[in-house]
Ligand binder design. Structure first.
Ligand SMILES: NC(=O)c1ccc[n+]([C@@H]2O[C@H](COP(=O)([O-])OP(=O)(O)OC[C@H]3O[C@@H](n4cnc5c(N)ncnc54)[C@H](O)[C@@H]3O)[C@@H](O)[C@H]2O)c1
Ligand SMILES: [Zn+2]
Length: 403
């Protein structure tokens, strides 16, 4: 017992307690900047009816390059709905991808626009772009004036089926992915399938990794659907792409809302299946690999590992490898074998980074069955290396077969 005889440290504690429910719509539409489509104007009006809403837009330069007419269409749309939308400045074009997330001066640039345009908490910030732009704009919105309402318009497969519908934002710092960021649910999300049409093939494929991931840990029926429709997805057939995006987005949303830990205060992150290796691979390759490409490798690695450690029935690993290959993924990268001066595999640092990002005990999601994730607290390094060798062998035997 602590000696408090002198009664010098008498303490009185009052408990402060309140809770805030979060609620935001995730809409699926086509051609949102056609004046015939009122969705965006209606979404803004969810805040306050019958008034003009001040709006600043940050847009991914890759989207603008793919759709040069878009900037004009956005301004025409705002003009058509001028009783509801006050576009306070022209849409601000920002660099695309990890370049934006890896230089804090871009965050400051965006905050300066918000300050100069006198954007307040009753105004709106809108991000139009891939997962990287949305992560950076989300951070800007969450931190300027301690939080401005923000609307996400995801324009990649990955952003529509995963990152854009969630509650996280962040940028890279100190050589670590998403080191600086917050949990900040958006005001609304609008997934417009029209954006997917101008996305480069590489990014269409990349985003499908997150659909395979969430199917593997949560939904065997969706996994079977992905297998059955893998050839259509490989050809990017619109109906198949839309179903894949919508079902994956729903599963991500369901996990966040019902998984019991939306702001990740515990140590379990099932939606990060395959990600401990993926985040590390992205860093070691200096982001030469797309996030989804690295995730596909991470999924294949941890699926075979699940078999090696006796969790997952044999053969399931080959099925998963087959699905990812049919979708168009290359499941090997030489960076997997990169070693530091002490002869340690660089990839293994991913386990430490993963644990440190959250704190607490190392918790990795593996597979117990297709559609059923299982958490473990230890990874055997020799089995990880064996799993890597499996990927390497399959890659080179396929390459020989193709030649
Ligand atoms: N916040 C989260 O919960 C979460 C979850 C998963 C991934 N992420 C992050 O998302 C990022 C990856 O996102 P991504 O895969 O969307 O890649 P990305 O944002 O890097 O975009 C990929 C490329 O596509 C271009 N592009 C985007 N939309 C386009 C369009 N419609 N037409 C033509 N080009 C277009 C971009 O300019 C870019 O060059 C990573 O930084 C990852 O860490 C975040
Ligand atoms: Zn991911």
């Amino acid at each position: 017992m602590i000696n408090n005889a002198a009664n010098l440290y008498t303490t009185s504690t009052a408990v402060q307690e309140f809770s805030i429910p979060y609620r935001y719509p995730v809409s699926f539409t086509y051609d949102m900047f056609n004046p015939a489509n009122p969705l965006l104007a209606e979404t803004l009006c969810m805040a306050e009816h019958g008034m003009q809403h001040r709006l600043v837009i940050f847009i991914d330069e890759g989207v603008v390059n793919g759709q040069p007419e878009l900037l004009g269409r956005i301004e025409q749309y705002a003009d058509y709905y001028k009783h509801h939308i006050d576009l306070v400045t022209h849409p601000v074009i920002m660099p695309a991808g990890e370049a934006l997330k890896s230089d804090l001066s871009f965050i400051e640039q965006m905050q300066e626009v918000i300050c100069d345009e006198h954007i307040d908490r009753h105004s709106f910030i809108m991000g139009i772009g891939g997962g990287a732009l949305l992560d950076a704009v989300g951070l800007v919105a969450a931190t300027s004036h301690r939080g401005i309402r923000h609307i996400r318009i995801p324009t990649t497969v990955l952003a529509q089926n995963d990152s854009g519908v969630g509650v996280k934002n962040g940028v890279n710092l100190f050589g670590q992915k998403n080191y600086l960021g917050t949990f900040a649910p958006p005001f609304a999300v609008i997934n417009d399938y029209q954006f997917i049409e101008t996305l480069p093939a590489r990014d269409k494929i990349s985003g499908m990794a997150e659909a395979v991931k969430v199917a593997l840990i949560r939904d065997v029926i969706f996994y079977h659907w992905l297998e059955t429709n893998s050839a259509k997805l490989n050809r990017f057939e619109p109906d198949a792409m839309r179903h894949m995006i919508k079902r994956s987005a729903e599963l991500h949303m369901h996990q966040i809302a019902n998984g019991g830990d939306p702001f990740e205060t515990g140590s379990i992150r099932p939606l990060d299946f395959g990600h401990w290796a993926a985040h590390r691979l992205e860093t070691i390759t200096a982001y030469e690999l797309r996030h989804g490409e690295a995730v596909a490798i991470g999924i294949a690695l941890d699926t075979h590992y699940s078999v090696l450690c006796g969790l997952l029935p044999k053969g399931s690993d080959e099925r998963v490898y087959g699905l990812l290959s049919t979708l168009g993924f290359d499941l090997w990268h030489p960076a997997l074998e990169q070693q530091n001066e002490d002869g340690q595999y660089e990839i293994m640092q991913g386990l430490t980074d993963f644990q440190e990002h959250l704190g607490g005990e190392l918790t990795i999601t593996l597979l117990y069955d297709i559609g059923v994730g299982e958490e473990v607290n230890h990874m055997h390094h020799d089995l990880v290396l064996e799993s890597m060798q499996w990927l390497k062998q399959l890659h080179y035997s396929q390459a020989r077969y193709a030649a």
